[in-house]
Design a protein around this ligand. Structure first.
Ligand SMILES: Cc1ncc(COP(=O)(O)O)c(C=O)c1O
Length: 361
């Protein structure tokens, strides 16, 4: 039986290699994975405690509306519950918005080296891909605006972007929005929002009072350390959110995930620790990249892109043999780069010593 044409043309998403798989293949132990931009400190203790408590009630369906999580999140963000959709990861939120608004007559614009879920959801609904080039590995919002046509329905922006780790600044976003008609939905994916420390960084939530067409998407998978539980959220106008909530499945976020996410919001100490471990790790990697002459793209996130100016796969495979998993980016059109997530101090050291060894530095 043939699937829809757009589905047979879909290229499957390739996640980072699991540690167990590498160890099984090579017969080694003690390897590290710095490939999926996870929180190396683990989840917050408060979240674990709440998850363990929630497990006793898994005979019940979860709260279908994520009532308590929404209430706490709304309070924290200064929005109403009616402005929120909670998803099974922010991926699901992005996908539901696409399914709510995008059809095969429409166009969606995204960056050439932007997060891979944007092309996937665009393709899955059969819409037309409009790609904004990223020769400098940053989103060029002027170029995005110049690609708008009467068929444009959704613009996907990642800020910071994965896998480049780059951001766009407030004045660029202001100029861009002046050129975007109200009927076009601008999804601003801020999965790494909490890591950014830059005065010119845009918090897209701040724009929502004056614009009905912006949806801010964030996640509990990154700084909150809950990637395995799958919780993310979108914030938008009441009208837009009411439509996307109609497409959402009734019990899309499980009860353990809801309880853990709610508790994680209280653990500001864990967030601050994570940020400082990340900052120190990023500084450490940069110092050694500079010493070794390894090219990299300055990062605002919990990962960094290195450019080997050559096919990176031999180096990637040698690192695997050293028990270090990083991420190749062929699927993102980055043919000479590897992405490295910032790990614990011990993991960063292990990576740098493996890199020195395989580069003969
Ligand atoms: C830019 C960006 N958006 C969204 C996600 C999806 O996160 P999740 O579905 O785990 O919330 C990721 C994960 O890597 C990401 O890098």
């Amino acid at each position: 039986m043939k699937p829809l044409k757009q589905v047979s043309d879909l290229i499957p998403y390739v996640p980072g290699k699991p540690v167990e798989e590498l160890e099984r293949e090579l017969g080694i132990t003690g390897s590290i994975k710095i490939a999926s931009n996870e929180n190396p400190l683990g989840p917050s203790g408060l979240a674990v405690e709440a998850a363990l408590k929630a497990i006793n009630e898994i005979n019940r369906y979860p709260n279908g509306d994520c009532f308590y999580l929404k209430r706490k999140l709304a309070d924290k963000l200064g929005v109403n519950e009616s402005n929120l959709i909670i998803g099974n990861g922010s991926n699901e939120v992005i996908e539901i918005i696409a399914r709510t608004y995008l059809s095969d007559n429409d166009e969606a614009i995204y960056g050439e080296h932007a997060f891979i879920v944007y092309p996937i959801v665009t393709q899955a609904v059969g819409a037309k891909h409009v790609v904004s080039p990223m020769p400098d590995l940053v989103h060029n919002l002027d170029d995005f605006a110049s690609r708008i046509t009467e068929k444009t329905k959704i613009i996907f922006l990642a800020n910071p972007n994965n896998p480049t780790g780059t951001i766009f600044k407030r004045n660029e976003f202001d100029n861009f929005l002046r050129r975007v008609p109200d009927e076009i939905i601008v999804i601003v994916d801020e999965a790494y929002f909490e890591y950014v420390d830059d005065l010119e960084y845009t918090d897209s939530l701040q724009y929502q009072q004056n614009r009905n067409n912006i949806v801010t998407v964030r996640t509990f998978s990154k700084i909150y350390g809950l990637a395995g539980l799958r919780v993310g959220y979108g914030v938008g106008s009441e009208d837009l959110i009411s439509y996307v909530n109609r497409v959402r499945e009734p019990f899309n976020v499980n009860s353990i995930a809801q309880a853990a996410a709610e508790a994680a919001l209280d653990d500001t100490e864990h967030i601050e620790n994570t940020k400082s471990v990340n900052r120190a790790g990023l500084d450490y990697l940069i110092e050694h990249f500079n010493k070794m002459g390894v090219k990299y793209t300055p990062s605002f996130t919990n990962f960094i892109l290195i450019n080997l100016e050559n096919d990176p796969m031999p180096l990637y495979n040698k690192l695997l043999k050293e028990g270090v998993i990083v991420r190749p980016l062929g699927g993102y059109g980055l043919k000479s780069h590897l992405r490295v997530s910032i790990g614990l101090e011990s993991e960063n050291k292990r990576f740098i010593s493996a890199l020195k060894k395989v580069l003969n530095k």
